[in-house]
Design a protein around this ligand. Structure first.
Ligand SMILES: [Zn+2]
Length: 51
């Protein structure tokens, strides 16, 4: 038993870059580079890391 109700939608890693590192909130609007929850500035340019 390693996963019960895990795979439901898509790949969570797909929107990992949309998660605010400051508050952990997922940005719905990826067009903005600023968290609408805490106002943390996010860099989309760094989304990817090790290709
Ligand atoms: Zn935030």
């Amino acid at each position: 038993m390693e996963s019960g109700h895990h795979s439901e939608g898509g790949d969570p890693a797909c929107w990992l870059g949309l998660i605010c590192p400051a508050c952990g909130r997922v940005r719905e609007d990826r067009t903005t580079s600023q968290c609408e929850n805490c106002g943390e500035e996010l860099d989309e340019a760094g989304a990817g890391g090790a290709a």
